[in-house]
Design a protein around this ligand. Structure first.
Ligand SMILES: Nc1ncnc2c1ncn2[C@@H]1O[C@H](COP(=O)(O)OP(=O)(O)O)[C@@H](O)[C@H]1O
Ligand SMILES: [Mg+2]
Length: 351
């Protein structure tokens, strides 16, 4: 902001927004960041599960409801959110996000209909003929509660950062593997009441001995910043100890045509959320590099420290889009499209 000659932005802590202590002034442009992991904010968001401990995988749906309420509170005061509350609400529900992308023809992994528990999951997998799925809490992020599940004649194998403690399930920073079916069934059954999104597990492309995917930040319709996430297992989220990979190497492996097609997909994914200045697209090239699919689109996906494009980080890029007229042009270009996309959204989203 300052570098662009604009006034210093005011920073409003989530806690103050949620308690009503500090509403943003009417007319202010507001960039909302992820509520993060602050324990007080966490408690304020998930009011009804006041007893949840830090990192505990309960109350995800409540946290989501608290987030949606908080955004509405900010908007009600007359501030303008750079990522629109309705878009953020759709983005933070993996079922709705997937349904919106799918309806717009963006390549996404196939998904199962609403799953209420492990028995239903296995039945739906058998019916679809799938041996491998990704089970994702509908309102999770940063791999919290995600299970990469494979079933076969020799049993089941669940790869996940979920830690099973005697008194509950906790998000952890270490990916582990469970192969006892009773345990895996209990995991799924405990997560299911909060809402699950289950997708076919697509084999991702690799570089060297690593599996990779990409976080692509799209600002006002342009994919400007990208980070390669390289992992030894199926979960590539960087905070799980995975390393950033080499973007030039990935582009060379994909080749110009597949790269251009993937970036086009990122633009189309962003266009599904046309009132949002930025989105973070998790893009998977599939084994062989010819095809790709979107794993999810993030409302708060622009934290890419140290990644510069034309000398700008992802935040400076947003200011640039606002001050150069690019945002306004993108909004105008997506106006027609947005009606069509949001109009079709409720198809098969299950909420
Ligand atoms: N359908 C899928 N097939 C293969 N890998 C997937 C699939 N969906 C997600 N992943 C991988 O799982 C990780 C987390 O998935 P994501 O949908 O981005 O959820 P989160 O919000 O937890 O980051 C990412 O590393 C992504 O590459
Ligand atoms: Mg992700």
């Amino acid at each position: 902001m300052l570098a662009a000659g604009l006034p210093r932005p005011a920073v409003l802590p989530w806690a103050d927004v949620l308690t009503g202590a500090a509403p943003p002034p009417a007319g202010a442009l507001v960039r909302v960041d992820s509520p993060g992991e602050d324990p007080q904010v966490d408690r304020l968001l998930r009011r009804s599960v006041a007893s949840a401990r830090h990192g505990e995988l309960i109350g995800l749906a409540d946290t989501y409801a608290g987030l949606v309420d908080g955004l509405a509170r900010v908007a009600a005061g007359g501030a303008e959110l750079l990522n629109d509350p309705a878009d953020v609400a759709a983005l933070c529900d993996k079922r709705r996000c997937h349904a919106r992308l799918s309806a717009a023809g963006v390549p996404v992994p196939a998904a199962l209909p609403s799953i209420g528990g492990y028995g239903e999951l296995r039945a739906a997998m058998a019916e679809a003929g799938w041996a491998r799925v990704f089970v994702k809490p509908a309102h999770g992020s940063s791999a919290a509660g995600v299970i990469a599940l494979a079933v076969g004649p020799r049993g089941v194998r669940a790869v996940t950062p979920i830690e099973i403690a005697p008194d509950g399930l906790f998000n952890s920073l270490r990916v582990r593997c469970y192969d006892d079916e009773t345990t895996v069934a209990a995991l799924v059954d405990r997560l299911a009441p909060e809402g699950l999104h289950v997708e076919r597990w697509l084999p991702k492309a690799g570089l060297g001995d690593r599996v990779v995917d990409l976080r692509v930040v799209v600002v006002a319709g342009q994919p400007t910043h990208a980070v390669v996430r390289a992992a030894t297992g199926p979960l590539t989220n960087l905070h799980l100890g995975n390393a950033r990979g080499d973007l030039a190497e990935l582009r060379a492996a994909a080749g110009p045509a597949a790269w251009a097609a993937a970036m086009q997909t990122c633009v189309r994914a962003a266009a599904c959320f046309p009132r949002s200045l930025h989105v973070g697209v998790d893009l998977m090239f599939l084994l062989g590099w010819r095809r790709h699919a979107v794993a999810e689109v993030n409302a708060f996906g622009d934290l890419l420290p140290g990644v510069l494009a034309d000398g700008r980080d992802t935040y400076a890029e947003q200011v640039h889009a606002l001050t150069s007229g690019r945002w306004q042009r993108w909004r105008a270009a997506t106006k027609v499209l947005s009606g069509a996309v949001t109009g079709r959204e409720p198809v098969a989203c299950g909420t």
